[in-house]
Design a binder for this molecule. Sequence first.
Ligand code: ATP
Length: 905
Amino acid sequence: MGNRPSEHSDRAWHELTAQQALDALHSTPGGLDSEQARVRLQQHGANRLPPPQKRGPLLRLLYQFHNVLLYLMLGAALIAALLGHWVDTAVILAAVLINVVIGFIQEGKAENALNAIRDMLSPHAMVRRDGERHEIDAEQLVPGDVVLLVSGDKVPADLRLLSVKNLLVEEAALTGESVPVEKSVAHCRQDAALGDRRCMAYSGTLVSSGQASGLVVATGADTELGRIGAMLQQVQALSTPLLRQIEQFSRWLAVIILVLALATFILGTFWHGQNPGDMFMMVVALTASAIPEGLPAIMTVILALGVQRMAGQNAIVRRLPAVETLGSVTVICSDKTGTLTRNEMTVQRVVSAERVLDVSGVGYAPEGAFHLDGQLQEPDHALLETARAAQLCNDARLQQDAHGHWRLHGDPTEGALLTLALKSGLDIQALQAQLPRSDAIPFESEHRFMATLHHDHAGQGLVYLKGAPERLLDMCASQRLADGSDAPLDADYWRRQATDLAARGLRLLALASKPAAASQRTLNFSDVETGLTLLALVGIIDPPREEAIAAVAECQQAGIRVKMITGDHAETARAIGAQLGIGIGLPAMTGAELELLDDRRLREVLPGVEVFARASPEHKLRLVQAMQDSGEVVAMTGDGVNDAPALKRADVGVAMGHKGTEAAKEAAEVVLADDNFATIAGAVREGRAIYDNLKKFILFALPTNGGQALIVIFAILFQAVLPLTPAQVLWINMVTSCTLGLALAFEPSERGLMQRAPRAPDEPLLSAFFVWRVLMVSVLIASAGIGLFLWELELGNSVESARTIAVNAVVMCEIFYLFNSRSLLGPVLSREGLLGNPAVPLTIALCLVLQLLFTYAPPLQGVFGSESMSADEWLRVLLAGVTLFVVAELEKCLVRRCGLHARPT
Ligand code: ATP
């Protein structure tokens, strides 16, 4: 003990035999005890990679300036300064600075949100400590620990393998090689390359199949992964297709503004012969008015807030673009067990060769008995042997906690079998001591059975098997009778019984056994293919989740089809599907039937099938591809290592947080912390809401710039006095986007959001409708600004007071337009429409206070050249706002009536 990391980190572990490695770390195949582990954890520190080098705050702040729009503003400030317009220079610089600070703070917030999500994805490891198996946080691992690996696990630390069984490891994370490598325990030469060290499993690589145990030889930064300094990216950077579209849009906008500004300048100075200095200030005003500085920052906030909300509702988004894709999902393919059902299993029926017994009791508590037509029955020989098989061919553990509740560690199907064994009166401990396990073939969805080999103390061998009845019936030759004797297998009887159980929605499992030679110490597929004796069929109930029933209905209303893909029996799947509202009146298709169809035929029949039974992961992949070829946008759930290809291929791969393997989580875009189907429906709802809010914000923000640009262009074209000075334009931009626009980030989802059809995935953001709406509102805002400006001059008032009115008119229009923007097409003249988002009145109040300061506070009057306004003037400004509100609502009404927009809201 007491090995400092440095003592061992350079050691060639692959060169040592397993025993030498154990000795070097003072460990045993049974692992450490908890005291040793505690001491070593203190010495070596947690098994985590140092966080990636972050940019320092100063660099991050400077990075905020890296934006074309801000470059333009800085250029304008420089020229304004050269011309001696100090106030304008200062205001432009202040606007740039405010934007940079907002960007800086928001980026920090968004990153924190993502970091929190990253923490929710921290992996676990199965270790042997104190002679028992424990599941612990992978961060708690120390050198000397013995870790158990199964397929789908991510290797949690660098391991010297102690025992392997068909272990294949995918080491792409380390070597770039995506073909899985077969591992063994034999030590290798000292100069073996990383990819050739067969007896090692390195941190961050994925177990694609098989099982193993391994000794932890390096943790945290000492692992190979830590040494190459690679931080496995769990959550991607803050960008989505929509944000990239906006970034591109900003770049184009910058070019257009530059060209326009240059053209205006040349036109004004050389053609109209205006003073270049005045002309330049006009151009600066135009540039400032047209640049939507706040756009990228606030869009990022909307996205980050949405992702945080989703995480709060148990949907962890690993790749941000999924947020947008979620909104256009047309089909959700879901697993059944645990996602649509509760995964709390109880055996309700046991069918043996001679009788059908009902089992009483619910849950994992071993309280219940066996009944035949209501009469209590004593377990017979066949039932006791069934219970023995159920107990021994099993990896789960039941434990009674301090409150007397029975807790399950392991697979719920196996838990149900343990409870059954206890109900039959079996002494589990005694049985385990009497028939210790020599080898096992673990359960996999592909082969749908599990087998174990046991030997009693006289050396007599025995194989137990449990699995899907269709699979086991092919392997059995005989059946066990009540008196313990065997008879030839009556396959028809069993099939009838299986169909009967399945039609009741029960999950089926058959149990069988076979004697083995004393010399047989390992178990292979060829050992269990024939000659088994069928003991019994059990029917397990797994009730649907209440919330899943509601969520399925919600999805169907939202134009999203829900398909169930399960490994269960077709009849069971249909019966459960019917309870959930999936595939009612439609045939179920089995994996075998699916294999008979070619791609074209599959695409034809797909719309008519909602329940797929006895399906394996490859079928999932084929289904996703076929649906995508038919133009569907597919969300697919999965948990096993073999589900990874289907999850990757799906538009939105959804992995289970609890029962999902690390391989599945790595392949998925979204991880469900609660494995619940209702969470997927919630994520789709949230995805739609976020996209809506982004659209609403853009529709709100762009007309502010459009309106102001039109006002300036008007002045240039008609050689009038500028109704807005550059400083005033920047004031408006800041006030509206920092207060009003932000309110839309908190916009709750619209009612009826889940009654709309899914958004077409290729729907462009800047559709014709969008451009029309921006233009219309820009013109309205510009008319209000110019109209009130000219009116004020007409009345003989000063340019300063006319400008103050123009500024207030533009802001007032924005205030009213904020209400319109709460719904893209729906009316907002209702209690809900006006008060539904508390952020709206709050930001409006803030905005009004700022406007009052702008109008009346002497220091601001000094900077912006504003003047106090009379009640009459305020009334006119108010009227301008109301007019815009009414016109915008009328336009929505017209669009709704005439169906000019594709999607009714
Ligand atoms: P899902 O609906 O999420 O696909 P599922 O549990 O229905 O999950 P699988 O886990 O692939 O699908 O199980 C398929 C069949 O294999 C079950 O119907 C059952 O007969 C059998 N089975 C399930 N778990 C075990 C197990 N631990 N040991 C042996 N057989 C099992």
